[in-house]
Design a protein around this ligand. Structure first.
Ligand code: TRP
Length: 454
């Protein structure tokens, strides 16, 4: 294509693409958010809805994003502006940049918690503590302000450090080893968790659906969780798609990423819920669920300290490969649209995200009573990004590809200009024309209570 910046970075290898993209998708969304949202929304029935949404909506949105990015070779705003000049589609790009600020602000807070838990694992801070004591340990940690603040800044700094250096050499290399290791550790945790006395109740909670607990809100929460976990709906994958070379296969990339992400989420559920029931932790414990449950499991394991150190280290790494992907959205935007240097762009983005981030950190301490629409700043960022901005973004992204980008360009991207056999393209086009946008609109409007079709 003409007019491209000649020295734009791109991913080196196929495996590198999957590692970076799966690195973005797999993170706190799988291990921290997924279990607690499952717990608050009724267990197995929620999980089934979640899986249906991942397949029917998640995959098509992911493919659409990667196609847009690779075609345009631009940041999220620039991509829409390039592909639809003089049309208001760039607004979707701007919305993505705004969403990136909001996600990074609260996500890094939780990422900071993993560092505190890594530190506590090291010094034996969970030793001989009862389930109750581990619960109050978490609450007093997030109820204080200095430690969570310090960890927040440490994590923001780490993220910025890697993004400044460029993604290729640091993170791409390390995630290839660390991600499989996280997987193995989860399997070990599962073995301990399901053999705890009383574990069976946890398994039936996540495998035996009770549909009487389903409401319109449940669908919206599942939709939000799917978008959040897959990193779709705000242009992370448009940005990453722009680093994918023309010879690489977008469909197999998407499928590997979706399969990995979903597997890790399910494994996290299987690790956590048997222990939740065994230790009598309420399923609706909210954002503290994983942080209260996991130390309990480690306490019940031979060599628990070692496993605990490894686990929180890897969770931190998984979070880091996600935070860099969100920061990259903003940095690519600053570099290409505001013509900034990569270094300056990174630090400016980091600084401005931190302002909002500090409000999120303090949401569980000094600012716990400061509420907007009944939610703390942290809760507001989390709820509005996952359940409003991402679905809205995803809706417009599929509409854009289906109705404006055009079937020919979509075909070109998915078949690498006809060199790949891609028999699924007609199905894909049908899904993004009708099924995905209607499903998103329906779940969204029903979930926020604008329509009521029961
Ligand atoms: N998907 C990541 C996780 O599950 C978080 C994340 C990274 C994200 N990039 C995103 C969420 C873009 C929404 C949008 O932890």
């Amino acid at each position: 294509m003409s007019g491209l910046p000649p020295n734009r970075e791109s991913f080196g290898s196929k495996f590198g693409i999957v590692a970076a993209t799966a690195g973005s998708a797999v993170g706190l969304g799988n291990i921290w958010r997924y279990p607690y949202v499952v717990g608050e929304n009724g267990g197995a029935a929620f999980i089934m809805i979640y899986l249906a949404i991942v397949i029917a909506i998640g995959i098509p949105v992911m493919l659409s994003e990667l196609s847009i990015g690779r075609r345009a070779q631009q940041n999220v705003y620039g991509s829409f502006r390039t592909l639809a000049p003089n049309r208001p589609w760039y607004l979707i790009g701007l919305m993505g940049v705004v969403a990136a600020f909001m996600i990074l602000a609260f996500y890094t807070v939780v990422a900071g918690w993993t560092l505190e838990y890594l530190y506590q694992s090291f010094i034996g801070g969970f030793h001989e503590k009862s389930a109750e004591e581990l619960g109050s340990m978490f609450n007093s940690f997030i109820g204080s302000s200095s430690r969570p603040l310090i960890w927040f800044f440490v994590f923001m700094g780490l993220t910025a450090f890697i993004v400044v250096a460029g993604v290729k050499n640091g993170i791409e290399k390390s995630t290839k080893i660390l991600m499989p290791l996280l997987f193995v550790l989860l399997l070990i945790l599962i073995v301990r968790s399901v053999t705890l006395p009383g574990a069976a109740k946890g398994l039936s909670f996540i495998f035996k659906p009770d549909f009487s607990k389903i409401t319109a809100e449940t669908f919206l929460m599942a939709l939000g969780q799917a978008f959040f976990s897959l990193s779709i709906g705000m242009g992370t994958l448009i940005t990453y798609g722009s680093y994918i070379q023309k010879r690489d296969n977008l469909a197999t990339t998407s499928l590997s990423v979706v399969a990995t992400d979903t597997m890790v989420a399910i494994l996290a559920g299987v690790a956590i819920f048997p222990a939740v029931f065994a230790f009598g932790i309420p399923t609706g414990a909210g954002p503290g669920l994983a942080f209260i449950t996991l130390p309990n499991i480690f306490e019940q394991m031979p060599g628990g300290t070692v496993f605990s150190v490894m686990f929180f280290l890897l969770l931190g790494v998984a979070a880091l490969t996600s935070t860099i992907s969100v920061l990259e959205v903003i940095v690519a935007f600053f570099v290409e649209e505001l013509k900034m240097k990569r270094g300056a762009a990174t630090w400016l983005a980091t600084f401005s995200v931190s302002i909002l981030g500090v409000l999120c950190v303090l949401s569980t301490s000094e600012l716990a009573d400061f509420k907007i629409l009944g939610k703390t700043v942290f809760e507001l960022m989390e709820y509005t990004t996952a359940n409003v901005l991402l679905p809205l973004g995803g809706f417009f992204i599929v509409i854009f590809v289906a109705w404006f980008f055009g079937r020919d360009k979509a075909k070109d991207e998915l078949s690498n200009n006809g060199t790949l056999k891609a028999h699924y393209i007609p199905v894909f086009l049908f899904v993004i024309k009708f099924i995905a946008p209607l499903a998103i609109a329906f779940v969204f409007l029903q979930g926020i209570g604008l329509i009521d079709l029961k």
